[in-house]
Ligand binder design. Structure first.
Ligand SMILES: *[C@@H]1O[C@H](CO)[C@@H](O)[C@H](O)[C@H]1NC(C)=O
Ligand SMILES: *[C@@H]1O[C@H](CO)[C@@H](O)[C@H](O)[C@H]1NC(C)=O
Length: 253
């Protein structure tokens, strides 16, 4: 490269020489040195520029590194925040789940307490067709007895839970017989009346609604006896019946 510059310079200088003496060997060397110094100066400038560029590149790299580190730190911070957020969210969900479970249990308990137990019975067929005064009318055939509160051997219903109860009675009487009755609880007469027809055999119904406490007893009582003969009439066919019945149901606790 230098050689070609030198040759080019020599050539230019040769062409510019009008007088052979001014194109002496010293003249070329002089010119050559001059050029070389200039090139060297340029080289130094170039070195300096390269060094500057180098240092700029280093600075930029440092800055990039710093930026990268900052970014890394920010990412780490964000990650930690997300971790905290997840922990908080999980614990919140856990709390809500527990609250909901508690609520469910409480609701179930309330519903359970509100629910009316299945207490209902019906019995038919009187044991004694001519009861005497004060006698308990026993209906001896159980039709159904959920809660087992009615005793078909005694004719007495024993209250299993505090509540409102409805009792119904149907009695069928031979003609010209009277039945003075009372639906009683623990000897208190709640509903009382008399059924009678001089000519026909008829079935009659009676009912009593009571608020009762656990352990109280309810039955159908004969308040007056009849002089003679069967009071109650029982008849069962495939087409119709004369049934004497006693039923009770817990309406509400
Ligand atoms: C109905 O019964 C009464 C007494 O209970 C009696 O005096 C009367 O004769 C009876 N009537 C009939 C038609 O049997
Ligand atoms: C039933 O009622 C009685 C009298 O009102 C009361 O003392 C008792 O606590 C009640 N029992 C229940 C289980 O509610």
């Amino acid at each position: 490269m230098l050689c070609s510059i030198v040759l080019a310079l020599c050539f230019i200088s040769l062409c510019q020489c009008e007088e052979p003496k001014s194109c002496s060997q010293f003249y070329y060397v002089d010119k050559l040195l001059e050029k070389m110094i200039r090139i060297e100066l340029k080289g130094e400038t170039l070195d300096k520029e390269i060094a500057d560029t180098n240092s700029n590149v280093h600075l930029t790299l440092d800055e990039l590194k710093r930026e990268r580190d900052n970014f890394k730190n920010e990412i780490m911070e964000f990650k930690n925040l997300m971790k905290d957020f997840k922990i908080n969210t999980d614990s919140f969900i856990g709390t809500m789940e527990n609250k909901f479970l508690g609520f469910k249990t409480e609701t179930r308990e309330i519903i359970k307490n509100m629910a009316t137990p299945n207490v209902v019975f019906k019995a038919r067929t009187v044991k004694d067709k001519s009861p005497s005064k004060g006698e308990t009318i026993i209906f001896q055939d159980i039709m159904f007895n959920y809660g087992k509160a009615y005793d078909e051997t005694t004719g007495v219903f024993t209250v299993p839970v505090n509540g409102t109860y409805l009792f119904t009675v149907q009695v069928c009487l031979n003609n010209n017989k009277s039945f003075y009755y009372g639906i009683v609880s623990d000897y208190d007469v709640h509903t009382s009346g008399v059924f009678h027809d001089s000519t026909a055999t008829i079935c009659y119904t009676a009912d009593a609604t009571m608020r009762l406490d656990v352990g109280q007893k309810v039955w159908l009582k004969c308040l007056y006896g009849s002089p003679s003969g069967d009071v109650f009439y029982e008849y069962t066919t495939s087409t119709f019946n004369y049934w004497n019945t006693f039923s009770g149901v817990l309406v509400h606790v």
